[in-house]
Design a protein. Structure first.
Length: 180
């Protein structure tokens, strides 16, 4: 299940100080609603790259993301999960060259909205990296996507399925469901 909230706070300084805490609150709510688990009472364990999990509920997977004033959370007892939310802004061509394949870069530059297309690729890649729990130690350029106008997403990652959420002109959210 995916949970999101958008804060009415517009200044970066304020929201950057509370986004992490609100992400924890959103996760607390999600775990209570979906699994009747009281997050604050649960011991956590960290994998070698720092991804947290519930020590007493190893089959429940979760992930949190925040960007500017938007916070997102996903939980699953079926899949390892990763989520990334990003505010659409002017993309950095240097970053695109570092993380995108040649085909993805062509799609970005041929688009009428290159910023949006870049952040679709970015959030999809980031959601996968978060699902596998290895942080940025996994090269993003090794992951490639084809996004079709009907919403279908193909990748070179057969063990995953992906979901893009574009419910506003301001943010893009991607979720990765990794078969375990």
């Amino acid at each position: 299940m995916i949970y999101t909230c958008t804060l009415k706070i517009q200044t970066y300084e304020i929201h950057s100080n509370i986004s992490h805490l609100l992400g924890q609150k959103l996760l607390t709510y999600a775990l209570q609603e979906e699994k009747s688990i009281k997050y604050r009472d649960e011991p956590l364990t960290l994998n070698p790259w720092g991804k947290p999990s519930l020590k007493n509920h190893p089959n429940i997977h979760f992930n949190i993301s925040h960007s500017f004033n938007c916070i997102a959370c996903v939980i699953s007892d079926t899949y390892a999960v990763g989520i990334d939310v990003e505010k659409i802004r002017i993309f950095n061509p240097y970053a695109a060259k570092k993380v995108c394949t040649t085909e993805e870069i062509k799609k970005i530059y041929s688009s009428s909205n290159p910023d949006r297309v870049f952040f679709k690729f970015w959030t999809l890649k980031e959601s996968y990296i978060k699902a596998i729990g290895k942080g940025l130690s996994h090269p993003m350029k090794d992951i490639n996507f084809e996004i079709y106008p009907d919403g279908q997403i193909l990748s070179n990652l057969s063990e995953c399925r992906f979901h893009l959420i574009e419910d506003t002109n301001e943010f893009i959210t991607a979720v990765c469901y990794l078969n375990i």
